[in-house]
Design a binder for this molecule. Structure first.
Ligand SMILES: Cc1ncc(COP(=O)(O)O)c(C=O)c1O
Length: 464
């Protein structure tokens, strides 16, 4: 955006923004991308004739007190943990659907499902729904999992995995996770199998599904169905194949911050045609074979219902955004991988930080998770927040939540629950911003290290 750097607020207004040029120059030099926004706001506040009424002037003067101004700048310059990467193409896709005058489930959803099939594998069935949680719920329910049944789930996952099981009436059984990948620990899962266990739900935590083949061997031994929660793993690979190209039932999420988004959204991918047909009906309130009519922007009037169903279908608005995002997946993937690589090479040597042992080459990182040793995770989180950097905790162990409280211990999940911290990853994150995150983590580590040294000889934290 062109900025008129010569323009200056005049007269009395100048007094209240004495520092405005230096702030503007500073922002300009740092090229933070937000300088124009700050400039515009200062300009609108002080220099446009419409703001010259006494009340407005007083309000603006208070609003832009220097301390507040700095607070605002910090807010504007904050680094977000995650965000959608959407722009003109998505706007055009939405306009196309709006112009057509039919926003519900129709030809866009059909086209999105076809495009997902050609991306993942033509021999696979793809059913789009309105969230990843709905995908998991329908997959479980259409496998006739319900009251009295149990499903094995790793304790460290989004609560959606647990709630999807609960929604069927079945009981999610929390299992421990491995320390290096935060993946379902099969040794622990083995102990949790009972005659009521019907399925296992491994989670591609932080996009890594390298442990999945082991899960299938485990499931075959115990005659369980496998529902892969691949919410983090769209676009990732395993053994040269895209996630979803094989496996029993694989569920994706397309919520706003996933590897691709359709606003909200999700998909069930399976090779089981009968199961896919049942899921298609169940997403439309159980109305039998309504899907074909909907693809033509129509609906069945004389219909039958055989099984329970929900209003879980995807809309054309969502599918139009999803189709546009699917075309960008390679670029998104490169950008997320570059960020992951940057963090790994910068943070890998910090003595009190551990990185997860993920299959770098195969994954598109949806989140970048580190382990902060020594009980300092929350301090680092506060330190980052003070520097205007968002971080996250993926996730609080589910067996610690009241609804899913377990009467047994899951020692690794408990420990990781206090250590895991996610750093910002999204397609819009610039190298400069990432460097700021790394420098802030480094400053925290150095001050901790110096403090330790002052209090006696430095001991490396125990390696787990
Ligand atoms: C591991 C996991 N499973 C399931 C879900 C649910 O997906 P959605 O938010 O699309 O319902 C999420 C979403 O963040 C997730 O991270």
């Amino acid at each position: 955006m062109m900025i008129d750097r010569g323009a200056r607020p005049k007269g009395v207004f100048r007094r209240f923004c004495w520092d405005w040029t230096s702030i503007h120059d500073w922002l300009w030099r740092r090229d933070c991308g937000w300088h124009s926004k700050v400039w515009d706001r200062i300009w609108i506040c002080y220099a446009t004739p419409s703001t010259r009424s006494t009340t407005l002037r007083r309000r603006k003067i208070v609003t832009w007190r220097p301390s507040r101004l700095l607070g605002q700048i910090k807010w504007i310059m904050r680094i977000r943990l995650s965000r959608s990467s959407v722009g003109d193409e998505e706007k055009a896709a939405l306009a196309r659907v709006i112009d057509r005058g039919y926003l519900g489930m129709g030809p866009e959803v059909e086209a999105f499902e076809q495009e997902l099939r050609s991306y993942i594998g033509f021999d696979r069935e793809v059913v789009c729904v309105n969230t990843g949680t709905a995908a998991l719920h329908l997959a479980l329910q259409c496998l006739d999992i319900g009251p009295g049944d149990e499903v094995l789930v790793p304790s460290i996952t989004y609560v959606a995995s647990f709630q999807a099981v609960t929604a069927t009436g079945a009981r999610p059984v929390a299992c421990d996770v491995t320390e290096d990948k935060v993946f379902l620990d099969l040794k622990d899962a083995e102990q949790r199998v009972t005659e009521r266990t019907r399925a296992v739900m491994p989670v591609h935590y932080a996009s890594d599904g390298s442990g999945i083949p082991e899960v299938y061997r485990f499931a075959a031994r115990h005659r369980l169905r496998v529902i892969e929660d691949a919410a983090h793993a769209f676009g990732c690979r395993r053994d040269g194949q895209r996630i979803g190209a094989d496996g029993d039932v694989v569920c994706f999420s397309f919520d706003g911050i996933k590897n691709i988004t359709s606003g909200e959204g999700g998909a069930v991918v399976t090779g089981d045609k009968k199961l896919a047909e049942r899921i298609r009906d169940a997403r439309l309130l159980g109305v039998v074979k309504d899907t074909q009519k909907r693809y033509q922007s129509q609906r069945s009037w004389q219909f039958n219902v055989l099984h329970p169903g929900y209003r879980y279908h995807m809309s054309d608005l969502m599918a139009a955004v999803g189709r546009t995002q699917l075309r960008k997946i390679d670029r998104f993937g490169e950008s997320r991988q570059r960020i992951g690589k940057g963090y790994r090479s910068a943070l890998g040597t910090f003595p009190a930080i551990r990185l997860l042992n993920l299959e770098e080459g195969n994954i598109i990182p949806h989140i970048f998770v580190i382990r902060v040793l020594g009980g300092r995770r929350d301090k680092l989180c506060a330190h980052l927040s003070g520097a205007g950097i968002e971080s996250g905790v993926h996730y609080r162990p589910n067996h610690q939540l009241d609804l899913f409280k377990a009467d047994y211990r899951l020692p690794r999940a408990d420990k990781l629950g206090d250590e895991l911290l996610s750093l910002p990853v999204h397609v819009e994150l610039t190298e400069r911003e990432q460097q700021r995150v790394i420098d802030t983590v480094r400053a925290f580590e150095v001050s901790w290290f110096n403090e330790k040294r002052k209090n006696g000889p430095f001991k490396k934290p125990e390696r787990y």
